[in-house]
Design a protein around this ligand. Structure first.
Ligand SMILES: [Fe+2]
Ligand SMILES: [Fe+2]
Length: 276
């Protein structure tokens, strides 16, 4: 079971990495934790290619897929755009947060794989602020404002935080119906806990990186691992004994600086850290 995120295939160098991405065995699954691209045709290109190569592809949306970019032929916004992306995935056999959670029976299994779409709600407050308005005011004053503010439309919800709250409620209900005997591998674009955002260069940016409402999900739902991206800071961290894997490729200037190992998906199961 491999995982990758933030492929950002609008960059030709990143597209080349995706073109050269092959499974190690015919049974390999690929978990994609969002930010495949921005334009519908780019997302379609990457998902179509990868769905032909991997036994199973699981996708969770990133903020970039949810943008309504002026250059995109697809003009849909918000929930309608998300629904259209889910339709695309269904036509390719790619699993999404709208499908029954699949079970991985391969090495390290059985585990339930749960792709999530829970977005963010500005509760990862920057230091010295106490609510969304103050946090956003601080971000504006420092010039660190996520492009989602004008590209990711929450329609029909009034705000991205309202959309997030709806998704959190719905997702919690789905998780409560899962088989409680199996551990869960979560796939979410954003980290489920706040700690990984503490290393952001601009702390104001954390507001667009998750929600406090998922802070205990890795414990409550017996998580074997949490796969996420968005931060473009690939690494492994441990929270309450649960392995969190940030699996971003990121922008060419970012992965070039990383050198060895960049441009490859991460193995999630079997746990490469366990002595098998
Ligand atoms: Fe990204
Ligand atoms: Fe992102």
């Amino acid at each position: 079971m491999l995982a990758f995120s933030d492929l950002h295939v609008a960059f030709p160098e990143n597209r080349e990495i995706v073109e050269n991405l092959w499974p190690e065995s015919a049974a390999d699954w690929l978990l994609l934790a969002g930010d495949v691209g921005e334009l519908f045709e780019d997302i379609e290109w990457a998902l179509e290619l990868l769905s032909r190569r991997f036994a199973t592809v699981v996708w969770a949306p990133g903020n970039h897929e949810l943008w309504t970019h002026p250059a995109d032929q697809l003009k849909l916004r918000g929930e309608q755009r998300y629904a259209h992306l889910v339709q695309l995935c269904r036509s390719l056999g790619v699993l999404t947060p709208e499908d029954p959670y699949p079970v991985w029976d391969g090495a390290g299994g059985p585990v339930t794989v749960a792709p999530l779409f829970v977005l963010y709600d500005y509760t990862f407050q920057p230091p010295g602020t106490s609510d969304k308005a103050e946090g956003l005011a601080m971000a504006r004053a420092s010039g660190v404002v996520c492009s989602d503010e004008w590209m990711l439309h929450p329609d029909p919800y009034p705000g991205r935080d309202d959309w997030c709250r709806a998704r959190v409620g719905l997702t919690k209900r789905l998780l409560e119906q899962r088989d409680p005997a199996l551990p869960v591998v979560f796939v979410n674009h954003f980290p489920l806990v706040r700690e990984p955002t503490r290393v952001l260069r601009y702390p104001e940016y954390a507001q667009w990186c998750g929600t406090e409402h998922t802070a205990d999900w890795h414990i409550r739902f017996n998580s074997a691992a949490v796969v996420y991206g968005h931060l473009h800071i690939p690494r492994t961290t441990w929270h309450d004994g649960v392995r969190f894997e940030e699996v971003s490729l990121g922008y060419p200037r970012e992965w070039r600086a990383r050198g060895r190992g960049a441009g490859r998906p991460r193995q999630i199961l079997p746990d490469p850290g366990s002595a098998l």
